[in-house]
Design a protein around this ligand. Structure first.
Ligand code: AMP
Ligand code: GLY
Length: 428
């Protein structure tokens, strides 16, 4: 079959790498893709928000199955459009993708199904929001209700700052995403993420993984898209996984089905492990980036039949096979990221990095006159397997050190929380 994969990040390179290994796949087209994906698939420019253009590409390339990487096309309803045209697609419907696209949709689902999450209130009016703030404990969390590229969250350490955030959001700092806001109780604990595939009824949890959101070593500095990840993530003990499935994931899937909005795709739950147990921070309606870059190298089973089953709404697999090894990916980003950064700096040594067995998944890269150059904020994901997290870490950083790119940087401590917990870290 011919497969179209939409997206251009490290997550999509890892998905492409795995999809390409399936004996079911004749041709893989990536749109728009990047320089790494171009080495294993045909890449073609595409604006995924232009649904007519997506459909034209599907027809022109005789595509049988579409896999959507990022959230934006899902929230814009690309899966509904493809299905209406009789084309199989992996990803939730527009209505179900509200799980990521609307904080209040998710909060209401939590309330209706007793899913543990931070207490909250939703406002469309600054005066009412401020009156509520005055009754709440500090710190407190203010969020734009809509999709704000992960940036619409303010953790206010004072009432003044909270009121300022309310004013800014209603003044349009996050555009339409801030037309409504959610004010949430501040939760404390360790953050963890959890992924599960579902056809709307059956649920297939993935092995555990964890990313590092902050730009600096020791998890300091501003939030980013993710600076590295590892799998397994020992923070998610078997008991916590069971609790998360029973209290969060299962009621989400059944709760969505109950309101006539079955969820087909991958559920990405952002969790806070509090003293009272795991609580939901947020859902994403897609795979994680860079978590996918450690999940795909560990996945032994063919991914394509599972994604196809889910697209058809009928999972037939009850368990995925995983390699016992741990995996780590280190993100190399352009100097200045997550602030402003330059594009166009040359990257050398990727082949040398891969010669020892590491895999370099590309994100923001492109070819310029035969040279590999940076073309984004997050640029490379240097990934390695190992018998333990520390072995995977050693191999990943050896590969990082083989890359010659003065225009980029990386964190040097990916996996530190897991390393503190080794040797218990090999259990999923
Ligand atoms: P979100 O975009 O909802 O994932 O929020 C971004 C980040 O803000 C999360 O990864 C957490 O670090 C933090 N955060 C969001 N909501 C809360 C909350 N209610 N309590 C504590 N931290 C939060
Ligand atoms: N790992 C963060 C994200 O995918 O949103």
């Amino acid at each position: 079959m011919n497969v179209l994969l939409i997206g251009s990040g490290g997550r999509e390179h890892a998905l492409a790498w795995k999809i390409k290994q399936s004996p079911l796949v004749d041709r893989l087209i990536c749109a728009p893709g990047n320089a790494g994906m171009a080495q294993i698939a045909v890449c073609t420019p595409l604006n995924a928000s232009d649904h007519d253009a997506v459909l034209a590409l599907v027809r022109a390339e005789d595509i049988d199955f579409v896999v959507i990487g990022p959230e934006q096309p899902l929230i814009e309803g690309i899966v509904d459009r493809l299905e209406a045209e009789g084309i199989l697609a992996f990803g939730p419907s527009q209505q179900a993708a509200q799980l990521e696209g609307s904080k209040s949709f998710t909060k209401e689902l939590c309330t209706a199904n007793n899913i543990p999450t931070a207490a909250y209130a939703r406002f469309t009016d600054a005066a009412k929001a401020k009156a509520y703030l005055a009754t709440q404990a500090i710190p407190i969390v203010i969020k734009a209700d809509g999709l704000a590229a992960g940036k619409g969250v303010v953790i206010a350490e004072s009432l003044n700052q909270a009121e300022g955030a309310v004013d800014e959001m209603f003044a349009g700092r996050f555009g339409a995403a801030g037309a409504a806001i959610v004010i949430e109780e501040f939760m404390t604990g360790e953050e963890a993420s959890f992924f599960a595939l579902t056809d709307g009824d059956l649920i297939l949890p993935l092995v555990t993984s964890q990313d590092h959101k902050r730009v600096g070593d020791g998890d300091t500095g501003p939030n980013t898209g993710g600076m590295g990840a590892y799998s397994p993530a020992p923070v998610m003990t078997p008991a916590l996984i069971a609790q998360t499935m029973a209290e969060i994931i299962e009621p989400t899937v059944s709760g969505l089905a109950k309101i006539g909005c079955p969820y087909k795709g991958v559920l990405y739950a952002g969790l806070m492990i509090t003293n009272e147990g795991p609580k939901l921070i947020e859902y994403n309606a897609r795979f994680g980036d860079p978590e996918t870059q450690v999940l795909m190298p560990r996945l032994q089973s063919d991914l394509v039949p599972v994604l196809l089953d889910i697209a058809k709404g009928a999972l037939t697999t009850s368990a995925l096979q995983w390699k016992p090894e741990a995996a780590m990916t280190v993100v190399m980003a352009a100097n200045g990221y997550p602030g402003s950064y330059d594009k166009g700096s040359e990257i050398k040594g990727v082949q040398a990095a891969e010669s020892g067995g590491a895999i370099v998944f590309h994100a923001g890269t492109t070819m310029d006159g035969g040279k590999l150059v940076a073309n984004g904020g997050r640029v490379l994901n240097v990934t390695a397997l190992g018998s333990t997290i520390s072995a995977a870490q050693r191999s990943a950083y050896e590969a990082v050190d083989a890359i010659d790119w003065p225009g980029g940087f990386c964190r040097r401590d990916i996996g530190w929380r897991a390393l503190e917990r080794e040797p218990a870290s090999t259990a999923d």
